[in-house]
Design a protein around this ligand. Structure first.
Ligand code: BV8
Length: 249
């Protein structure tokens, strides 16, 4: 076991309150393209060009075709060992909070309880007129763009670039950050705000930061421990390491 992994498990052994933040990287091993990886492009559009209110206003058909494509992939995907390991950690650390930037709903399918989907969920839609939300599970969509029974456009119930995170969701996230003594950040490039500022926030509160990623990111400079590799390998190894520690004591 690497020295870094030992340090992470040693810290977790004395952790009272664990916060986990995930990004697109944790769903990569479920076959879901990440945002900035090589497979992240759709018809040569970048996510930042499509995931905005302006793109939707200008061309709702293209934006919905992108979401229909993603929903098609996600609809066939399963939570992977990384998702399930976080559910196991919730059993080991009661009161564990998970903040996910992902909108794919895969964490929710593991039965995890304390989850904040800070960027929303692409299976939920919102009426552009009155903001009412509902689940729309059709894959593929029956009509593009889908419309509300009131006739107005439906939009994905997600937070686009240039849109603010819901204030109550942001408040819950800051509460979770102020309560945690250890933060584990998994599979995020650490470039999208405000979540990109969360590891520094926890560090500033005296928290211990563990990063799990394939490669160094801006978070690496903040992290106390960085574990480089696939989250689907590293997270189960962390769970096993904690179980082994507990068996020894
Ligand atoms: C906001 C939903 C107020 C849609 C998404 C400073 C302060 C505040 C705002 C800003 C600021 N600077 C700029 C902004 C504006 C903007 C922003 O941050 N822009 C960036 C690009 C610079 N932020 C906003 O607009 C936010 N709103 O702050 O409101 C405001 C408003 C206007 C102006 C100022 C303030 C809202 C941002 C939310 C955008 N919505 N998603 C949808 O998904 O359809 S973001 C999108 O990116 C996804 O949610 C995604 O999760 C997220 C972050 O990306 P990552 O998850 O990190 O994914 P990425 O592909 O980048 O990286 C994957 C990582 O995984 C890599 O590191 C890779 O190495 C690793 N990996 C891959 N495989 C594995 C792995 N790791 C482990 N194992 C593996 N197997």
């Amino acid at each position: 076991m690497s020295n870094e992994m030992e340090r992470a498990i040693e810290r977790l052994r004395t952790t009272k309150s664990l916060l986990v933040i995930t990004g697109a990287g944790i769903s990569a091993e479920s076959g879901i393209p990440t945002f900035r990886g090589d497979d992240g492009l759709w018809q040569n559009y970048r996510a930042e060009e499509l995931a905005t209110p302006w793109a939707f206003e200008r061309d709702p058909v293209t934006v919905w075709k992108w979401y229909d494509w993603r929903r098609g992939i996600i609809g066939k995907a399963e939570p992977n060992p990384g998702h399930h390991a976080i559910k196991r950690l919730e059993e080991m650390f009661p009161g564990l909070f998970l903040i996910t930037q992902n909108v794919d709903g895969l964490h929710g399918r593991t039965g995890i309880k304390n989850i904040i989907e800070i960027h929303g969920n692409l299976w939920r839609v919102r009426c552009s007129r009155d903001g009412r939300t509902s689940m729309l599970m059709d894959v593929p969509l029956k009509s593009i763009p889908p419309r509300c029974e009131c006739g107005e456009l439906l939009r994905p119930d997600v937070v686009w670039f240039g849109e603010s995170i819901l204030s109550d969701v942001l408040q819950m996230s800051y509460n979770a950050m102020s309560l945690c003594d250890t933060l584990m950040v998994v599979g995020t490039s650490g470039v999208v705000y405000p979540v990109a500022s969360f590891p520094e926030n926890v560090k500033g509160n005296g928290g211990f930061v563990i990063e799990v990623n394939l490669e160094p990111t801006p978070i690496t400079n903040v992290a106390d421990v960085s574990l480089f590799g696939k989250s689907g390998d590293i997270l189960p190894a962390i769970v096993e390491g904690i179980v082994r520690q507990q068996a020894k004591n």
